[in-house]
Design a protein around this ligand. Structure first.
Ligand SMILES: *[C@@H]1O[C@H](CO)[C@@H](O)[C@H](O)[C@H]1NC(C)=O
Ligand SMILES: *[C@@H]1O[C@H](CO)[C@@H](O)[C@H](O)[C@H]1NC(C)=O
Length: 300
């Protein structure tokens, strides 16, 4: 009885459900991405996955019209000889593949695949990943995970977050049991989505994306509750202007150092400039800090 009352209250306590477009660069059948999709759906979000038919890691902002696919998709996740440029899981039509690059799958997702689910409306948020492996500093420029997020924010004005997880090792969508790291990344990524959604619209300043790196899932960092979020920067700031003043300094920590800092379970959250994939200027960092202030922790 009591639990029924609690369940009845739940919808009022939880984050508002929004329209989310979801891409990646590791391929539509990669498990980190599928676990995240499942958590977003469980959180009530109206989310649609549109991701490459195969692993397209490291293809940055490449874009090309999808071509008819003749071979099977990654992990045999679609049959050979579909001869279609895009396809979907017919029993789970929110899961879509595009036979091209990560950016192209984000573009098709926003422009063509997702709108029918949303009465023609646009997404309110774009997410990419979690990538299998880090995307820090120089890697950001080659990352298809980042390329897809940057396209969403810069070319379609949809606020975007690129997620990457440092624990690597590729996993097919139907791996059972689902390894802890895939579940933990999905839940921790969703916490940031919640925080951004709860901060209200506009979710992010124009022409920025959040570049998020989740530390390795090991030791005490196997419990999603132990993860803490740290405002960081992408590139070394030797000759850069000051960052927003935070944690007693006008130089934010480097994302690589934050995410690699071991059993502190620190997640780096960098405000990226969608024009050049480096750290956004301090005025834009300040907007994010004002919105998400209480959510961030200072490094010890
Ligand atoms: C995906 O591609 C990247 C870059 O080519 C490679 O490092 C990675 O091992 C690939 N993953 C799989 C499962 O083939
Ligand atoms: C397609 O969806 C069904 C039903 O949800 C699921 O059992 C199957 O594993 C999915 N296959 C792929 C490749 O997504």
């Amino acid at each position: 009885m009591r639990s029924q009352v609690l369940l009845a209250l739940l919808p009022f306590l939880r984050t508002e459900a929004i329209r989310i477009i979801h891409a990646n660069d590791d391929g539509w059948a990669e498990l980190y991405t599928r676990s995240f999709h499942d958590v977003l759906i469980a959180a009530g979000h109206d989310t649609v996955l549109s991701a490459p038919a195969e692993n397209k890691s490291g293809t940055a902002s490449s874009d090309a019209e999808p071509s008819p696919r003749t071979t099977a998709c990654q992990y045999n996740s679609c049959p050979a000889n579909t001869n279609q440029p895009i396809g979907r899981n017919e029993s789970s039509p929110r899961l879509n593949w595009v036979n091209s690059f990560p950016l192209t799958s984000m573009r098709y997702g926003i422009d063509a695949i997702a709108p029918p689910f949303w009465n023609g409306e646009a997404p309110e948020l774009a997410v990419s990943g979690p990538n299998v492996g880090s995307n820090v500093y120089i890697q950001v420029h080659f990352s298809g995970t980042v390329g897809a997020a940057v396209f969403a924010t810069k070319d379609r004005k949809v606020p975007a977050i690129a997620f990457s997880g440092l624990s690597s090792g590729n996993l097919a969508w139907n791996t059972t049991p689902i390894p802890t790291r895939s579940l933990v990344y999905a839940q921790v990524a969703n916490k940031l989505v919640d925080a951004v959604v709860n901060s209200g619209k506009p979710y992010l300043p124009e022409d920025v994306f959040l570049n998020v790196n989740l530390p390795k899932v090991e030791g005490k960092c196997t419990d999603p509750n132990n993860f803490k979020f740290v405002l960081s920067r992408i590139n070394v700031g030797l000759f850069s202007d000051k960052d927003v003043y935070h944690c007693g300094s006008d130089r934010l920590p480097l994302e690589a150092g934050v995410a690699l800092s071991g059993d502190g379970c620190f997640v780096s959250v960098s405000v990226g400039d969608a024009n050049d994939k480096t750290t956004a200027p301090k005025e834009k960092q300040a907007v994010v800090l004002n919105k998400l202030g209480g959510f961030f922790t200072c490094m010890p």
